[in-house]
Design a protein. Structure first.
Length: 76
């Protein structure tokens, strides 16, 4: 088992892992959610660190971060 989600980087353990992805990046069947859904979730998570930044900034930062994740590295 991977130690981190291939989509968002969340640490994985027995209770939250669904293959190489976490519970937040997959549907109930274990399929990876669409890229835009993951980006929105990451942008919301990033907002918690600096809530005064604009929404566009969070989305841009999430997009940049996703390029380093194996699930999204080859995506446009």
């Amino acid at each position: 088992m991977s130690t981190h989600c291939y989509s968002c980087g969340m640490p994985l353990n027995q209770s939250n892992a669904r293959g190489k992805y976490c519970q937040y990046c997959t549907d109930e069947k274990g399929n990876l959610l669409p890229r835009e859904a993951i980006k929105a979730g990451l942008a919301d998570w990033l907002k918690g660190f600096s809530p005064s930044d604009g929404k566009t900034n969070f989305e841009r930062r999430a997009e940049y971060y996703m390029k380093s994740m194996p699930a999204w590295a080859d995506a446009d």
